[in-house]
Ligand binder design. Structure first.
Ligand code: G
Ligand code: G
Ligand code: MN
Ligand code: NA
Length: 254
């Protein structure tokens, strides 16, 4: 069977699950929230990484129902954690370009928030820089509507696309997630250091929060703290965790 058929069946048979990667305040290590990351537990092949099925889900359009499933599962789980007393968690969910272009997106998100009871200000939506720039006029409209719901908006993989400074100023976004390709070279790689420094400085002057992705070493972390990057995510702090693992993580922090 084709991977597409397999994906469709996976959705029907509930083979997807969500892992959660903690996102911490850089200077204090305080937990700020987590990113929902989809996983596929294939009955024969085992755990299939998103790099192997997200592109096919994108091409086939299946990412629209799959993305909605992730959103609902993650909002419902976050609501449980809030109810269990784990205070101020912000859930970040990735939106693909296809979802972003779906005319029903805003209504679907609003319905999920109502169904799960997650307050909108606990939800952040991540859209890649290229996804956003793909259709900037439409992008601005959708961003504005999602902001109206009360969600915050993040640009994912920032630095890998072509956002101009003038767009950044005009877009209703809250967060820049600095792509891990720039974090990787810190602190030795001079050009990466300059880029991250410039992004953080620019973000601050525009009132945006910065998140560094893919932080793997203490050297990278201390460099990011000294540059003034607000938040960090990466294997150094924690890999993406299953629901029970993330629950233990929360319990350990209390
Ligand atoms: O978790 P991992 O590093 O394997 O993810 C690989 C890629 O898959 C990343 O680019 C990530 O953004 C993407 N991804 C993970 N979960 C989702 C999801 O729920 N929706 C979309 N559109 N992309 C996701
Ligand atoms: O594209 P996006 O930023 O949504 O993807 C996040 C992806 O990065 C996830 O698949 C996650 O598993 C992966 N990831 C998270 N932390 C690290 C890290 O420290 N190093 C590397 N190489 N990948 C990471
Ligand atoms: Mn992301
Ligand atoms: Na990213």
């Amino acid at each position: 069977v084709s991977l597409e058929t397999d994906l469709r069946r996976g959705l029907e048979r509930n083979e997807f699950l969500v892992h959660y990667q903690p996102r911490l305040e850089a200077s204090t290590g305080r937990l700020r929230g987590m990113e929902a990351l989809i996983r596929w537990e294939h009955p024969e092949s085992g755990l299939v990484p998103p790099s192997q099925f997200i592109p096919i889900a994108e091409e086939s359009g299946l990412i629209v129902p799959i993305g909605l499933w992730v959103l609902e599962a993650a909002c419902r789980q976050t609501r449980r954690w809030l109810d269990a007393g784990f205070g101020d968690l912000k859930l970040a969910v990735n939106l693909s370009v296809r979802q972003f272009k779906d005319a029903g997106l805003v209504q679907k998100i609003q319905n999920v928030l109502i169904r799960t009871g997650l307050p909108a200000d606990h939800l952040e939506l991540e859209i890649t820089e290229s996804g956003l720039m793909n259709d900037i006029e439409r992008g601005m409209e959708v961003l504005a509507e999602l902001k109206n719901l009360g969600c915050t908006m993040a640009i994912d993989d920032f630095g890998t696309g072509y956002s101009s400074l003038s767009y950044l100023k005009r877009l209703p976004i809250d967060v820049l997630k600095i792509d891990r390709s720039f974090v990787m070279g810190l602190p030795q790689e001079r050009s990466d250091l300059s880029i991250v420094n410039a992004v953080v400085g620019m973000a601050r002057s525009l009132g945006l929060v910065t998140v560094a992705e893919g932080v793997e070493s203490n050297d990278q972390l201390s460099t990011l703290v000294s540059i003034g990057c607000d938040e960090v995510q990466g294997y150094l702090l924690s890999r993406p965790l299953t629901v029970p693992e993330f629950h233990s993580y929360l319990t350990g922090m209390k």
